[in-house]
Design a protein around this ligand. Structure first.
Ligand SMILES: [Zn+2]
Ligand SMILES: [Zn+2]
Length: 104
């Protein structure tokens, strides 16, 4: 495990356990990341309630979609949403809500 406190995404572990986004992965062994739903860089708290364990691919997708939420003021059209899984949408939307109201 690599831990660099300056980089919230450096806390990774390799595991055969599924991430919170997908019930299974190919290949079965993948890297999980600890994602802060309300990102640390945007003032989010470093507490367990704000952290979900997701695979590297899903993690990238959540941040990608969160960027859309921010660019579009929270109104992301279905044409964009449909590219993401339900869980990815859920975590991105929750992250947007937390960072805009500055509360958990
Ligand atoms: Zn993240
Ligand atoms: Zn996954």
């Amino acid at each position: 495990m690599i831990v660099n406190p300056a980089d919230p995404h450096s806390q990774i572990r390799t595991t055969s356990q599924p991430c919170l986004l997908h019930s299974r992965h190919l290949p079965e062994t993948h890297v999980n990341h600890r994602h802060h739903i309300w990102p640390l860089g945007e003032g989010g708290p470093d507490i367990e309630d704000n952290i979900v364990v997701v695979c590297a691919t899903g993690h990238g997708n959540i941040h990608d979609l969160l960027r859309h939420f921010k660019m579009l003021g929270g109104k992301v059209p279905y044409q964009i949403l449909r590219r993401y899984s339900y869980k990815e949408r859920e975590f991105a939307e929750l992250g947007y809500k937390r960072l805009t109201r500055r509360a958990m």
